[in-house]
Structures are given as C-alpha cells and as structure tokens.
Design a protein around this ligand. Structure first.
Ligand code: ADP
Ligand code: ADP
Length: 229
C-alpha cells in the first residue's frame, strides 16, 4: 500500500505580483519499501516538493496523503504526531541539538512518540550501533566527525521505524568517500526496515542505486530509466 501519495499538487510562492507556479498538477505515489530519487536542476522545485510531502509547507492546491491520512484534514497536533511517527527526515546539515549527546538526540523522536526513557534509550542505542556509532553514544555533535554526525542524523530519522524517510541531499555536505559510506548505510537500514525513501539529490550516481528515479523538470515529474543515468 502507498506510504505517500499526492495528486494534482500545485505550489506557487507569492512574490509581489509575480505568480509563477513551481509546479502544477503533480502526482506521486510511493509504495511501502520503495526507494525513489528525485533529481533535477537547481530551482526545479525539489525541496519545495519534499516540504509538501513532509507536511512542512502546505500546497496551493491538491492533497498529500501520508500513510493513508490526508494531511490537510488533520489538526496541527495530529499532523505533528503523524510526522514524528510515520516520517523520518535527513537534511544536508545534521540538525542535531548541540547540547545533547548522540544518544539523547536519537532518543528524542521515541520520547515524543510516548515511549519511556528506558525503551527510548534501548532503541536509540540499537540504531546507533547499526550505523557504527555504538562507541560514540555519549559524544555531543561537536565531538563527532562530519560523517558521524550524518550517521547519527540517519539513526534519528529511522528510530521510530517510520513508513518513509525524506532526504534532502543528506550526504551533500560530505566528501565523496564519506558520502558514499553514509549513503550506503542509510540505504541498507532503510531496506532492512522496509522503510520507503524519497531522496532529493543532484548526484545521479547515488540516484541510480534507488528503485526509481524521477526528474523534476518544468513542473513535471518524469521517469528516468536507470540506463540513462
Ligand atoms: P530545488 O530544491 O530544486 O533547488 P526549490 O524548491 O528550492 O528548488 O525552489 C523552486 C523555486 O521556488 C525556485 O524558483 C525558488 O527560487 C522558489 N522558492 C523556493 N522557496 C521559496 C520561498 N520560500 N519563497 C519564494 N520562492 C521560493
Ligand atoms: P568521517 O570520514 O567524517 O570521519 P566516516 O563516516 O567516514 O566519518 O567514519 C568515521 C569512522 O567510523 C571511520 O573510522 C570508519 O571506519 C568508522 N565506521 C564507519 N562506518 C562504520 C560502521 N558501520 N561500523 C563501524 N565503524 C564504522
């Protein structure tokens, strides 16, 4: 069944009297466990689309469904719960809280979902272990390397076993070797948990490792066969 679905999605930013839509009439369905890359030129609207899918911004028209639930029909609180429990987010910059340890950072989504401290710590430790940070749980973000910080962010995104992870250039700030390492671990964990992934990237070598590649171009999503990448 679909973990993400949108149809007839349109987004126009108001800028003075200019009203040029970023896209209009966009549709996308992501099935459980499916991994989808979204590529396209800078300014094509990739981040805008990801924000709409994640409920961080509202479409000008059209609907987004996350785990079968219509986002626009939910209260802010219910949308917040759905985002925390059904979606994971990884960005180009880690957004870990600097005053908290890696373990505390990864525990937070579990605590927010209502688990007790002990259960949250157990799950966070298991996830940090699986991204190779078992020996770094008490370190704060400032004491971790760039690759380690992104791996902690990946652990945080996956700790609630979300239906789907939304990634916006999650390895874009790392050198090539570290990026490949972090990306491989993220993909492996996603696949092990049968979590879907929607990944915005300009890197076609990373994109081709996913099940499906879509190019956002002039407001439309079109399928790019792997052999064209
Ligand atoms: P991409 O992620 O593909 O680089 P974006 O989604 O960031 O593209 O941007 C798509 C278009 O929308 C661009 O023309 C950008 O300038 C514009 N845009 C993005 N965010 C805003 C905003 N908050 N206000 C006005 N225009 C925006
Ligand atoms: P950076 O290059 O930013 O320091 P890396 O992600 O390349 O970060 O890895 C940092 C260290 O952690 C390296 O010594 C690497 O060998 C080690 N490492 C990376 N992934 C794993 C893993 N899954 N299990 C154990 N150790 C790992």
């Amino acid at each position: 069944s679909a973990v993400l679905h949108c149809e007839n999605l349109a987004k126009t930013y108001a800028e003075g009297r200019m009203r040029t839509p970023v896209f209009d009439g966009l549709g996308l369905t992501v099935e459980q466990g499916e991994t989808v890359a979204i590529v396209g030129a800078s300014g094509a609207g990739k981040s805008t689309l990801l924000h709409l899918l994640g409920g961080l911004d509202v479409p000008t028209s059209g609907e987004v469904y996350v785990a079968g639930q219509k986002m626009s029909a939910l209260t802010d609180a219910a949308r917040g719960r759905l985002r925390n429990q059904s979606l994971g987010f990884v960005y180009q910059f880690h957004h870990l809280l600097p005053e908290f340890t890696a373990l505390e950072n990864v525990m937070m989504p579990v605590m927010l979902a209502g688990a007790d401290v002990k259960a949250a710590a157990q799950r966070a430790r298991a996830l940090l272990d699986s991204v190779g940070l078992g020996h770094r749980v008490e370190h704060k973000p400032g004491e971790l390397s760039g690759g380690e910080r992104q791996r902690a962010a990946v652990a945080r995104a996956l700790v609630n076993q979300p239906a789907c992870v939304l990634g916006d250039e999650p390895t874009g700030n790392l050198d090539e070797k570290t990026a490949a390492n972090v990306f491989a671990q993220m993909l492996e964990l996603n696949r092990a948990q049968k979590t879907s992934l929607v990944l915005v990237t300009h890197d076609r070598r990373l994109a081709r490792k996913l099940d499906r590649v879509l190019e956002l171009h002039e407001g439309k999503l079109r399928h790019l066969p792997h052999e064209q990448l």
